[in-house]
Design a protein. Structure first.
Length: 47
């Protein structure tokens, strides 16, 4: 479910909190993701 206007989703907040090095790692990992759950798992393991 999208966040209401003016509010960030939890996922957006997690993205914005990542340092550049982790964002680069995420960019590499995205190529292997098969479903949205893969992103959630990556964020849980790397946040």
């Amino acid at each position: 479910m999208p966040a209401p206007p003016g509010k960030k989703s939890a996922t957006t907040a997690q993205f914005q909190a990542l340092p550049l090095e982790q964002l680069e790692s995420l960019a590499d990992a995205l190529l292997d993701f098969q479903c949205p759950a893969d992103l959630s798992a990556w964020l849980a393991a790397n946040s």
